[in-house]
Structures are given as C-alpha cells and as structure tokens.
Design a binder for this molecule. Structure first.
Ligand SMILES: [Zn+2]
Length: 285
C-alpha cells in the first residue's frame, strides 16, 4: 500500500530544479515508500544526495513498528516546528496518517503531531540541543497499524482472487478505505472479498518488513503493481510481507501478526468510475 511512485516522480522533478530544502524534503518524506538510497542520478545531484543521506534523521519507525517511546535530541526549531535526530513518529504518507504523541524534557513538555519530517509542538517548545523523551499516542497508532495491515490483506485477496490492483487508499484509526480497479462491483462482491479477507487474517499470519535488491525486486513481477520502468531508479526496496500470502513495496507500519487486525466489517462501498471502486472497512474487537 502507499506505493506512491507518481508523487515521488513529482518530487524528483522538483528536486532537480529546486533548493537544498526541497531535496531534503524529498529524502525524508515517506511518500517515496520505496526509496532507500536514490543515488543513481548524474553529476551534481548525485553528490548532493550523498551528502544529504547522511543528514537525515534516523527513522526508528521503519526498523521497529512497535516502538512507543524513545530518546532523541532536538536538531532544529522553527517556530513551533521541531526536528529530532531520530524519530518513531510516522511522518505521514502513502495513505498512512502521521502520528501524534508527547515530548518531555527538563523544564517542559508539549503535545506533538507529525508534519512530514517535523513535529508541531503544542505547549512548550524545546530549544535546539535539548534531550527529550518522546512517546507516541500508542492506541491511535496501533489502530492505524491494524487498518494498514487489514488493507494489505484485502488487497491480497483482490489481487489473487480477482486480479485487480489498488488505485488508492487512506488509513484512519481502526478504519480504512481501499480503491480497487474493478469494472463492476456489487454489495455481494464486496462482502465476499471482506469475508475471504477475514478468513485469511484469522489464520494468524506473521507480518514482516525487510529490504531486497533491485534485481530481486525485478524477478518478482507480482511486486510491481505500478508501471515497471518507474522502479528502475531505486537500488533497494522495502517489502512488507504477510507470510505466504502477500508481498508489497511499502514504507508504512504494520501489526506483527494478522490476528491483531480484529474483524473487518464492510461499512460502505461506492463506484468512483470505471475501474475504480471504493470500499470502506471498520475494524471491530
Ligand atoms: Zn501499505
């Protein structure tokens, strides 16, 4: 999910023209779910990217989806926006909303909301150089992770059983929206897909994230759900796999086992045009 290559293409185009700040945004934005090191451009751009790769904050949320609290140091402050040296707050992107939570330090605290690579502080503002203790609003994040994995299960069923692709998605706490490239959709069909998805999720399948090389990625055409040539510029790909069931290039956070999803309930479906049908699911339990 969140295979937002088109967005990436737009940022990449901007990056070639725009300032260092634009490039920095490109590098830290999770909208390019697939990117690890986009170092394959020529000349100056290549060199700039190499330098900035060492600049960017450590994305703890990619390594550990269950990290709820962490220590960090404030790098930059701009009005109410704070940049940390490392973060477990998901910054938003690929249909997954940014995280919320709290920072505490000697002499202050604030509620935060992720905004791309920055956190917006409501309350005190920690000065640059401050060591902070950060905590995610875990209940909300876990509900979003359940929703994210649930959409991968539904998409897995849709892809395997009906040979349709994702055309869009949006995640909310314990709720998700998925757009699929069906020509026709009926309530019965939507219910059938959700029923099959629940049966798959109840099997308790492990979910894992890892990286594969471009060569390996190319050898698995089922991973390429967007025009193949767009993948050429990436050296490595982050894969989220529901073991033995579904694999996708993905930059988001997921539950460790499909049994954590709960039960998916079809709450709404509608046609958004030819080859674009929208399904909403709510999670119970
Ligand atoms: Zn996803």
């Amino acid at each position: 999910m969140g295979l937002d290559v088109w967005t990436f293409e737009r940022f990449w185009g901007k990056m070639l023209r725009d300032s260092r700040e634009q490039l920095r945004f490109l590098m830290v934005s999770p909208r390019q779910d697939l990117i690890l090191q986009p170092l394959r451009y020529d000349g100056n751009v290549d060199i700039r990217i190499r330098r900035l790769v060492t600049d960017i904050m450590e994305k703890l949320y990619l390594a550990d989806h269950y990290l709820k609290e962490f220590d960090a140091v404030v790098q930059e402050v701009e009005e109410d926006r704070v940049l940390l040296d490392r973060t477990a707050f998901y910054p938003g992107g690929g249909g997954q909303p940014s995280d919320t939570g709290r920072l505490e330090w000697d002499g202050g605290s604030c509620e935060v909301e992720g905004k791309r690579d920055r956190l917006i502080c409501k309350g005190d503002i920690p000065p640059a150089g401050t060591s902070v203790k950060a905590a995610l609003d875990w209940e909300r994040r876990h509900q979003i992770m359940r929703a994210h994995t649930s959409l991968h299960v539904i998409d897995g069923i849709a892809y395997k059983e009906y040979s349709v692709d994702i055309t869009g998605n949006q995640l909310y706490p314990a709720r998700g929206r998925l757009d699929l490239s069906f020509d026709n959709m009926t309530r019965e069909l939507a219910e059938e897909i959700i029923e099959a998805s629940n049966a798959a999720a109840k099997r308790g399948l492990p979910v894992k994230a890892y990286y594969i090389s471009k060569e390996e990625f190319r050898s698995r055409p089922q991973l390429m759900r967007v025009a193949g040539h767009l993948y050429d510029k990436f050296e490595e790909f982050r894969i989220v796999e529901i073991e033995g069931f579904d694999m996708q290039a993905d930059g988001g956070t997921h539950v460790a086992n499909t049994s954590e999803i709960g039960t998916m309930v079809l709450s709404e479906y509608k046609s958004k045009g030819a080859r674009n049908k929208r399904i909403y699911v709510d999670l119970t339990d």
